[in-house]
Ligand binder design. Structure first.
Ligand code: NDP
Ligand code: MG
Length: 385
């Protein structure tokens, strides 16, 4: 029986994680959970799973829940609350599925408390990959990717020696606007952007997929997770999302992981690694039904955000922190209807240009740069808007 702490329980990955736990009651138990404000989704889950600790965003959410949760459930709030939910001694693994760099501190604290981490929250590694990976080594915990591409790479490296790896290749669906020209992108709406062809996900990552910033964040995530130089990370457009990513070895053998798009696969694998369990709902992949798989090179002028992310990753230091924070704010403005789609990459690029890079920032510096970048981006957008 594996006991789990789940951060971001009301989100897209969070609710699918609960579904995986529900499907294997003899294997998994929910010990603690954290969410923001969505009581409507959270309350039935709290009643069903009866977790020991529930962390919510603020006091007003806590007040609304106080008399509705089971007596054994302890309600906690704010960042201190998420950290309590992440570090409770009664679980061994934390699924981090919160949105944004707010996931960094709970990840750091959970690693220090000796927890294994199943990581969906890619912003954590983009923001402070050097610090997180150092802690993973120091505390000898497992950091297991949940992001489908990274899970595919992780699975394709099983039993191999890292020195034999020549290249990793991330597949990208191309998002909602894969076939649009730059001119066509100028007029797209929030509703268009949220209509992803293959995956049903939270709003922010769906917009990131449409700009391809998501793939850029994933390139940086892969750099840290697999200790891979950027020159050895490639991206290929693959509209069917059947090949989830590939690893090329020095003998030119390429190993990939395939399947129908379904986040419950990588979530479950992260919880069962190094073993596997049946996935009761997964559709079998019959390649003769799929018929054709398409692959195209990336046009980096067309998908400018991906280029920005590669550049920020290669520059290193505090640049990825800035890339991520500016992007989080810009996407929120786009979702609120205050910024055009192409305005997202423009503002991220402008904010990166303004930043004086800091090399090997420590945690306090990362957090300060993250906050300062958010403030500056808000400022730029408010004055331009
Ligand atoms: P959602 O927006 O669907 O969910 C975000 C979750 O984070 C919600 O539970 C939300 O709570 C919680 N949250 C947000 N702010 C706070 C806060 N201040 N305190 C506590 N909890 C908070 O996101 P997704 O599930 O789509 O994505 C989560 C992460 O996983 C992202 O980093 C994303 O990049 C990554 N990912 C997602 C995939 C997907 O298929 N969705 C695939 C691969 C990676 P509430 O809503 O209650 O306020
Ligand atoms: Mg992904």
């Amino acid at each position: 029986m594996k006991s789990i702490g789940l951060l971001g329980a009301t989100g897209s990955v969070g609710t699918q994680t609960l579904e995986v736990i529900r499907q294997h009651p003899d294997q998994f138990r929910l010990n603690a959970m954290a969410f923001g404000e969505n009581i409507e989704i959270a309350l039935p889950c709290i009643k069903e799973f009866q977790p020991k600790v529930v962390a919510v965003k603020d006091e007003s959410t806590k007040d609304k829940l106080q008399h509705l949760v089971p007596p054994r459930t302890q309600l906690v709030t704010g960042m201190e609350g998420i950290v309590t939910a992440a570090c409770d001694p009664d679980h061994d693994i934390v699924v981090n599925a919160v949105l944004g760099s707010i996931g960094l501190i709970p990840t750091v604290e959970a690693i220090k408390a000796g927890k294994d981490i199943a990581l969906a929250n890619k912003e954590t590694l983009v923001t402070a990959g050097h610090l997180v990976m150092e802690l993973v080594k120091k505390h000898n915990v497992n950091l297991i990717p949940v992001d489908s591409e990274h899970s595919a790479i992780f699975q394709s490296m099983n039993g191999e020696s890292t020195k034999d790896i020549d290249r990793i290749i991330l597949t990208a669906s191309g998002g909602s606007f894969r076939d649009y020209s730059r001119n066509e992108l100028a007029g797209v709406t929030v509703e268009n952007a949220l209509n992803h062809p293959n995956w049903s996900m939270g709003a922010k990552i769906t917009v990131d997929s449409a700009t391809m910033m998501n793939k850029g964040l994933e390139v940086i995530e892969a750099h840290w997770l697999f200790d891979m130089p950027y020159e050895k990370i490639d991206v290929v457009i693959h509209k069917e999302s059947i090949v989830h990513s590939l690893v090329e070895y020095i003998d030119r053998s390429v190993i990939a992981e395939l399947g129908h798009p379904d986040m419950k696969g990588p979530i479950q694998y992260a919880l069962t690694y190094p073993h596997r369990l049946e996935h009761p709902e997964a559709n079998r992949l019959n390649l003769w039904e799929v018929g054709t798989l398409n692959f195209l090179p990336v046009d980096y002028d067309r998908f400018y955000s991906l280029k920005l992310a590669f550049e920020a990753g290669q520059a290193g230091g505090s640049m990825p922190t800035v890339l991520n924070a500016a992007n989080e704010v810009a996407v929120q403005h786009f979702l609120n209807g205050n910024l055009s789609f192409l305005g997202i990459e423009q503002v991220v690029s402008d904010i990166l240009d303004k930043h004086d890079q800091v090399d090997r920032p420590d945690l306090d510096t990362v957090l300060a740069i993250d906050q300062e970048t958010r403030r500056l981006t808000e400022d730029v957008l408010t004055h331009n808007g």
